[in-house]
Design a protein around this ligand. Structure first.
Ligand code: XIL
Length: 393
């Protein structure tokens, strides 16, 4: 009798498509809500190439870049294709990587990125065209090292955007056209783009991208939109773009959180609602939760700044899981506004928070651990999402 019951149960599971020992894929769990994405870099993009290491550029806390070697990571790429239906370029389309010197473009990594996305039918987001970081100094200078004038810089901007967006026309679906143009107080950041061109650089960047690929979705992306003053600045920026007929289709809220100074969840909710009122897509574009103390002006690595080198204590893992649950409750509540939620990195092993703003720390900001295993936060989020989405059926 028992055996019969068991086989009836397994038949039921097979027929209903349930496989008991298989981990639910995030893209399936959230299928009715929004795209689930992740940022990938060279260790994933070249995971199945013959060479075992890749040279990557990393920025230090002052925005200057240095090179280092990383080991390619095939298991992480498997995890990406299993769980996610959207990918973003972590670094390979930033100006310094794709266009390191005047007239020199390096598309090897971004070409491979697009192949991976196409082979897996993924929504692809190119990050990022215009930013103040990871942009070489020569971009703003002539061959004698003198600062470019407005027209010359606009021409350089146009050439770059046309070359990069044009190469992937009809293939990369969306672009973070401008990244981080607003200060914490809501004023416009005085980047070299702003200093030389003036605020119109924003409008121009969107126009150039639209010229290069009229079908691409074009986004503005920024962090700390949970802070009302900054959010108001970003809203003003987007309204300015809209008033000037710049083709903007979405806004990305980076969402780099910190467990020790977690934001008021009402502000997280409010920021999504207010951005949604602009009538464009809202996305969570760089989600992670840093569990380590902020170093402030310290640059020395101390034990205090790196307390969990032997593993994450249970109580902290639980707190992390709860914060993720609360965030996803808000995202799901706003699923009519939010079109995509993207994590910044695949596993705790490759998170940028291990090396920024201080190198050599052991951080735990994501849903997958250093051994590619789902963490408690993963199960908490998945279980809660299933409950909420079922209620809504
Ligand atoms: C980070 C990358 O993850 C690092 O590898 C790099 O060294 C520095 O930049 N906001 C952004 C991203 O928009 O581009 C940043 O990515 C993280 C913060």
């Amino acid at each position: 009798m028992k055996i019969l019951q068991l086989s009836v149960l397994s038949l039921f599971l097979i027929l209903t498509g349930f496989e008991t020992d298989q981990l639910p894929a995030l893209q399936d769990v959230f299928e009715d809500a929004f795209l689930m994405g992740v940022a990938i870099d060279r260790q994933h993009i070249f995971a199945h190439e013959p060479s075992a290491t890749e040279t990557v550029k990393r920025a230090n806390r002052r925005g200057y870049s240095y090179q280092c070697q990383i080991i390619v990571d095939p298991p992480a790429l498997d995890l990406v294709t299993y769980h996610y239906n959207s990918i973003t370029t972590e670094n390979v389309l930033k100006w310094e990587e794709v266009h390191p010197e005047p007239g020199v473009y390096d598309f090897a990594a971004s070409d491979r990125f697009v192949e991976i996305g196409e082979a897996n039918d993924m929504f692809m987001n190119g990050h990022t065209l215009i930013w103040h970081n990871q942009t070489p100094d020569w971009v703003f200078e002539d061959e004698h090292g003198n600062e470019l004038d407005r027209d010359a810089l606009l021409e350089r901007m146009r050439d770059h955007i046309h070359m990069v967006v044009g190469r992937y026309k009809g293939r990369i679906h969306a672009w973070d056209v401008v990244n981080e143009a607003v200060n914490l107080d809501g004023s416009l950041r005085e980047s070299r783009w702003y200093d030389i061109i003036g605020e119109e650089y924003l409008v121009k960047a969107f126009r150039f991208a639209h010229e290069a690929d009229p079908d691409a979705q074009l986004y503005y992306n920024d962090f700390l939109l949970e802070i009302p003053a900054k959010r108001q600045g970003v809203i003003r920026l987007i309204e300015y773009l809209q008033e000037n007929n710049a083709p903007i289709h979405g806004v990305g809220s980076q969402s780099h959180f910190n467990l020790l100074e977690f934001h008021d969840l009402e502000e997280v909710d409010q920021s999504i609602v207010e951005l949604g009122e602009l009538g464009i897509d809202v996305m969570i574009t760089e989600l992670d939760i840093n569990v380590l103390p902020r170093p402030g002006s310290n640059t020395e690595l101390t034990d205090e700044l790196n307390p969990y080198t032997d593993g994450l204590p249970d109580a902290v893992a639980e707190e992390l899981a709860n914060r993720y649950r609360e965030l996803f409750e808000i995202y799901l509540k706003n699923r009519d506004i939010i079109t995509r939620v993207t994590f910044w990195n695949v596993t705790d092993r490759d998170s940028w928070l291990n090396y920024l703003p201080i190198e050599g720390r052991t951080n735990y900001p994501l849903l997958f651990d250093r051994d590619y295993q789902p963490k408690r936060a993963f199960y908490t989020v998945v279980d809660r999402a299933k409950e909420i989405l079922k209620e809504r059926l």
